[in-house]
Design a protein around this ligand. Structure first.
Ligand code: PDD
Length: 269
């Protein structure tokens, strides 16, 4: 298994909880379609993740009926069984084998300073295949890891062959200019669950969203940038390569505030 949390003891496979000493390796034969869901006593946006999993499977031509998907109760039980008060569960579906596994995965929740000061990001000239499908693409992940180690950056922004910035390696990206918010159109990216919530927040704030992928040499035109994702929530960017942005931008701070409120509401549903 990949990125398994080393203090977990059990995983879930097609409806059964099994000890982790049970060997399991389908990764060599096919690349799974997957989701990562955050837990903090409650599973955040679980239904949205399962809906996206179904969209990914449909996109691959897999028949979801033959595939066993975990329930909220089973995933809660997985955290309880492993004695984890919080963390991330990764759900991997192998459509050809008809096998689904769920296991607690390694996670990194940014410390307070990164929300305060913002993070540095760099470009990665790569395109995910089938952008709208969340499928593990090892080659890109390896390149991302190498770039991040080499530069000390927090995340890479993927740039396609037309020079357009589509999304982060595992996040979505938003740009702000003169009070308007820019993000790549859904067809060009993996439409993140967090991104969807943030778009709703932006609409409720009455701000304009422009669905447009920013060209990499035009990044200096923007005042602020932020990333969204399951583990990071809404995280300000302080620099892309050598271009600096204001991590304290008022609009970014408002979006962060509303998103945190949403997470608290979800926790008590
Ligand atoms: N990644 N874009 C890509 C390519 C992603 O892999 C992810 C998520 C996102 C953000 O989606 P969400 O808001 O649903 O987390 C965007 C997960 C977390 C991962 O690979 O671990």
């Amino acid at each position: 298994m990949i990125s398994l949390h080393n203090s977990s003891k059990y995983y879930w496979k097609n409806g059964e909880f099994l000890p982790l000493d049970t060997t399991f390796d389908l990764y060599k034969s096919e690349s799974p379609v997957y989701e990562v869901v955050r837990y903090n006593g409650e599973l955040f946006f679980f239904d949205d993740h399962i809906s996206r999993l179904k969209i990914s499977l449909a996109g691959l031509g897999a028949k979801p009926k033959t595939i066993h998907l975990p329930s909220t109760d089973e995933m809660r039980e997985l955290f309880v069984k492993n004695n984890f008060p919080e963390g991330n569960v990764r759900i991997d579906v192998f459509p050809k084998a008809g096998t689904t596994v769920a296991y607690l995965t390694t996670f990194f929740y940014p410390p307070e300073e990164l929300y305060r000061d913002g993070v540095k990001v760099i470009f990665q000239y790569d395109e995910r295949k089938n952008q709208q499908i969340k499928q593990f693409q090892e080659e890109i992940k390896i390149k991302t890891a190498e770039l991040l180690i080499k530069t000390g950056a927090f995340e890479t922004l993927l740039v396609n062959k037309h020079g357009q910035i589509t999304e982060g390696s595992k996040s979505n990206v938003f740009f702000i200019k003169e009070g308007k918010i820019y993000t790549a159109p859904d067809l060009m990216i993996l439409a993140g669950v967090t991104r969807k919530k943030v778009i709703r927040i932006i609409e409720n704030m009455g701000l304009t969203i422009i669905y447009q992928a920013i060209v990499h040499h035009e990044i200096t035109d923007y005042e602020a940038v932020f990333l969204t994702g399951t583990s990071i929530g809404v995280l300000p960017v302080k620099a892309i390569e050598n271009n600096n942005y204001d991590p304290k931008n008022r609009v970014v701070r408002e979006i962060m505030k509303y998103f945190n409120q949403k997470m608290i509401q979800e926790r008590f549903i």
